[in-house]
Design a protein around this ligand. Sequence first.
Ligand SMILES: Nc1ncnc2c1ncn2[C@@H]1O[C@H](COP(=O)(O)OP(=O)(O)OP(=O)(O)O)[C@@H](O)[C@H]1O
Length: 275
Amino acid sequence: MQPQVDSLSVNSGSSSGEPLLEFDRVGLEYPFEGKMRRIIQEVNLSIQPGEFVSFVGPSGCGKTSILRMVSGLSPAPIGEIRYRGTPIKKPLRNTGIAFQNPVMLPWRNTIDNVMLPLEIVDSYKKNYRQRKEEYVRMAQDLLATVRLQDFQKQYPWQLSGGMRQRASLCRSLIHSPEILLLDEPFGALDAFTREEMWGMLQNLWMKVKCVGILITHDLREAVFLSDTVYVMGARPSSIIYEVKIDLPRPRTLEMELSDEFNHYFASIRKHIQHN
Ligand SMILES: Nc1ncnc2c1ncn2[C@@H]1O[C@H](COP(=O)(O)OP(=O)(O)OP(=O)(O)O)[C@@H](O)[C@H]1O
């Protein structure tokens, strides 16, 4: 099935050139009560370098599974997802991941938690000792972007849930990944903190200039952050609606009150189905 595309809008991201990711007839099924059950019927789309996209849709339609397939942790069993033209068959190296409940190492303070990937990712690890001062400055810069510059030495238990999530976003971006995977990262936060986080995530993403792929149930969050929002239908799902969000960046919370923003929200809301 071809998704309905909102043709009134123009993508603010670059839509020409080589895509970073291509979904080519991607399907998914899992065993269920002795038979295979189709979860995703077929998804076809491409994501440009630096684009921020969101997937929304009913519970169980396969949104988190999409992230797992892109990460390479569970490669697409039907069809393929290509990264720079090559099918993803094993875990991609240059990704950053943030989940709803950030896991920080309790024995490390905030800045040491943020710097953790630099001790693990090969290209940073090999120069860790020589370049440590530079790495510290990189971490401090990211922490300042999310207003945690005064909390570098605090331990995770000394931070609020929102602060831990901010630190975790910095950690997922410190190694300059090409792809940032976000699975309901703000799902556990209260509404005000959530909205504050949108702006901070936007600032981080604009700094790192990576592809962002967000899974969310919050349609306003999807509009605020995305260049493109994909709406998945009920199981077995496909993309039933796609909309380019043509709001200028950086976006502000005031924009949420605009007619344009509400038009996007309403057009997406109208297409949400139930499983
Ligand atoms: N490893 C698995 N084995 C069997 N079924 C699975 C497995 N992982 C996911 N599923 C099923 O696949 C479907 C899609 O799961 P997924 O977590 O991707 O959905 P989702 O859209 O992210 O849901 P939600 O919005 O509730 O988080 C669900 O019905 C789930 O039960």
